[in-house]
Design a protein around this ligand. Structure first.
Ligand SMILES: Cc1cc2nc3c(=O)[nH]c(=O)nc-3n(C[C@H](O)[C@H](O)[C@H](O)COP(=O)(O)OP(=O)(O)OC[C@H]3O[C@@H](n4cnc5c(N)ncnc54)[C@H](O)[C@@H]3O)c2cc1C
Length: 456
C-alpha cells in the first residue's frame, strides 16, 4: 500500500465562479483509494478529477476531495474487440495519443481532451456525434466502483449484469460521483481509418436556417454549431455550422499553442467587444462555406489549444448554461432563449448549438441523471456578476416550460424544485444512494445544493 497525501486546498469548477475549501486526498495508486473513506469529515468525500466540470459537482466545501487525475494507467487493450480498460484518471488526450496511431478512436468525447474517463462516466458526457453514438456511458462494458462500505463492485449494463449491478450502473453513469469512486472503466473503441476528418463549415444567417441546416446534417458523423448569442432581430440565431466525416489520409497534428497567463480585467469582455468579435468571427467563413481536412483532435478540442482560457473571464469567473429542449417546439424555445440572452447583453462568444438523439440503449437503461435526451442543446457562457442568477432563472423557466432540462455538469445555480421537474428519475437515483451509502459519506456541493439525498 502506498501513501495518500492530504492537503488543504481551494478547488474550483472550470467556470471559476464556485470555489470550495477541501482536504484533498491524493492516492498514489487505485489500491489506495479505499483508505480515503477512513476518517470521514462532516461533509464527506467526492472524487475530483481534471476539474473540467464547470459548476460544483466535483467540489465539496468543508469536506474531502479525492484527487483521481494521477490514477492514469491503461490497464489492458484487446485489439480484436477494441475494448480498453483504464484507470479513472486517464484522459481523452492520452487515449488519442496512444490509440489513434493504432487505428482506434474513442466512441464519444466531450469538447476537451483534458477530461478524464472517470469524469466522462460520472457526467455521462456526450460529443458531437450523440445522435449516432449516444453518451459515453452507453459504451462502457463494465466498471469497478468502490462504494463507501469499502466493497469493490464490478458493475455494468443490463442484460449482461444482474439487476442490482445494472441498477447501480444506471445510477453511476451521470451519477456525479455520488455512488462511489470509479477505479476502472472498460469500454469499446471503434476502428478508424486515420486521424483525418473532412470538415465542412457553413455560415448560417438566422435561427430557422440554422435549425434546418442542423436537421439536414443529422446523418453526418459529427455536427456542431456556433451561435452568435449577441445577435438580435433578423439575425437572431445566426452562426456557423461545422460537420465532419472521417477520411483516409494524413492530417497535421495539433500543436499545444497559447496559454492565458493572467486573469483578464473585466473590460476585455464588454458587450461591445464581444459583439465586435462575434461579427468578425461570423464573417471569417465565406458566404459559400468552406471545406478543409483537419486532424480529428483539432476538430474535437478547438479550445484546448489555449491553455487556461477560463481565465479570460477574470477573477469572478463565469457560468455556463447548457440545456436541451425537445425537437417538438424546439425552435420556439430556442427563439425565446436567444431573445432573452440577446437582450441581456451578457452572452460571451462561446456558444454552442447541437442536436442530441435518443441514445443507443433503451431509455430505461440510460443513467438516472444522464442529461442527453432527444432535442436541441444550447450552451452559452456568461461572465459571473450581479444579475446572473436572474438571467439563469429566466433561462431555466423557459427550459422547463418547453419540457427541457439543464446539464448538471455545467450547472452551479439550479434549485432543487427545478431539478426534480427536469430529472423525473431522481427518486430512483436517490433510492440507490440510500442503499449503497446510507451514512452519506459521498457528498458534494451539488448534492447539498440540489438536496439529492432528501426524500420528496
Ligand atoms: C472546454 C470544455 C468542453 C466541454 N465539452 C463537453 C461536451 O461536449 N459534452 C459534455 O458532455 N461535457 C463537456 N464538458 C464537460 C466535461 O467534459 C465534463 O464535466 C467531464 O465530466 C469533466 O471531466 P473531469 O475529468 O474534469 O471531471 P471533474 O470535473 O473533476 O468531475 C466531474 C464529475 O465526475 C466525478 N468523478 C470524476 N472522477 C470520478 C471517479 N473516478 N469516480 C467517481 N466520480 C468521478 C466528480 O465527482 C464530478 O461529479 C466540457 C468541458 C470543458 C471545460
Amino acid at each position: 500500500m502506498g501513501e495518500v497525501r492530504a492537503e488543504l486546498a481551494i478547488l474550483e469548477g472550470w467556470g471559476r465562479a464556485r470555489r470550495s475549501a477541501s482536504v484533498t486526498l491524493t492516492p498514489d495508486s487505485v489500491v489506495d483509494v479505499a483508505g480515503c473513506f477512513a476518517n470521514p469529515r462532516a461533509h464527506g468525500l467526492i472524487a475530483h478529477a481534471a476539474g473540467r466540470a464547470y459548476g460544483d459537482c466535483a467540489l465539496n466545501d468543508q469536506g474531502s476531495a479525492l484527487m483521481t487525475a494521477g490514477l492514469a494507467g491503461i490497464v489492458a487493450f484487446d485489439p480484436d474487440t477494441g475494448i480498453v480498460q483504464v484507470e479513472p484518471g486517464v484522459n481523452f488526450r492520452q487515449l488519442m495519443a496512444e490509440f489513434l496511431p493504432r487505428g482506434f478512436l474513442v466512441p464519444v468525447t466531450p469538447g476537451t481532451g483534458f477530461a478524464t474517463i472517470g469524469g466522462a462516466v460520472a457526467n455521462d458526457v456526450h460529443g458531437k456525434n450523440h445522435e449516432s453514438a449516444g453518451s459515453f456511458g452507453q459504451h462502457v462494458t463494465e466498471l469497478d466502483l468502490l462504494t463507501p462500505d469499502g466493497v469493490l463492485r464490478t458493475i455494468g449494463p443490463a442484460p449482461l449484469y444482474p439487476s442490482d449491478e445494472a441498477e447501480l450502473f444506471r445510477a453511476t453513469c451521470g451519477g456525479l460521483g455520488l455512488t462511489g469512486v470509479i477505479t476502472r472503466v472498460a469500454f469499446r473503441m471503434p476502428r478508424v481509418a486515420g486521424p483525418a476528418v473532412r470538415v465542412r463549415v457553413q455560415r448560417i444567417p438566422d435561427l430557422d436556417a440554422f435549425l434546418a441546416a442542423l436537421d439536414a446534417a443529422a446523418g453526418a458523423t459529427y455536427a456542431v454549431g456556433w451561435i452568435d448569442g449577441t445577435a438580435r432581430g433578423a439575425a437572431l440565431g445566426r452562426g456557423i455550422l461545422e460537420t465532419a466525416e472521417p477520411v483516409q489520409g494524413r492530417a497535421p497534428v495539433p500543436r499545444g499553442g497559447l496559454r492565458v497567463p493572467v486573469d483578464f480585467p473585466g473590460w476585455v469582455l464588454s458587450p461591445l467587444s464581444i459583439r465586435a468579435f462575434n461579427e468578425v468571427y461570423f464573417r471569417h467563413v465565406p458566404a459559400g462555406g468552406r471545406t478543409r481536412i483537419a486532424h480529428v483532435g483539432k476538430f474535437f478540442y478547438p479550445l484546448d489549444a489555449i491553455r487556461g482560457w477560463n481565465r479570460i473571464y477574470g477573477k469572478r469567473g463565469f457560468h455556463q448554461f447548457q440545456n436541451v429542449v425537445p425537437f417538438a417546439g424546439g425552435a420556439a424555445a430556442l427563439r425565446e432563449l436567444l431573445e432573452v440572452i440577446g437582450q441581456s447583453q451578457r452572452a460571451s462568444f462561446l456558444a454552442v448549438l447541437k442536436r442530441l438523439g435518443g441514445g443507443i440503449v433503451p431509455p430505461a437503461e440510460a443513467g438516472h441523471l444522464s442529461f442527453a435526451q432527444p432535442g436541441y442543446t444550447l450552451a452559452l457562457d456568461f461572465p459571473a456578476g450581479p444579475g446572473i442568477e436572474d438571467l439563469y432563472a429566466r433561462l431555466v423557466a423557459i427550459t422547463l416550460r418547453h419540457g427541457g432540462r439543464v446539464y448538471l455538469a455545467k450547472d452551479a445555480l439550479l434549485d432543487p424544485a427545478a431539478f426534480r421537474q427536469m430529472y423525473p428519475r431522481w427518486a430512483e437515483f436517490r433510492g440507490v444512494l440510500e442503499a449503497v451509502d446510507p451514512k452519506r459519506r459521498l457528498q458534494s456541493d451539488i448534492s447539498r445544493r440540489l438536496r439529492l439525498r432528501q426524500a420528496a
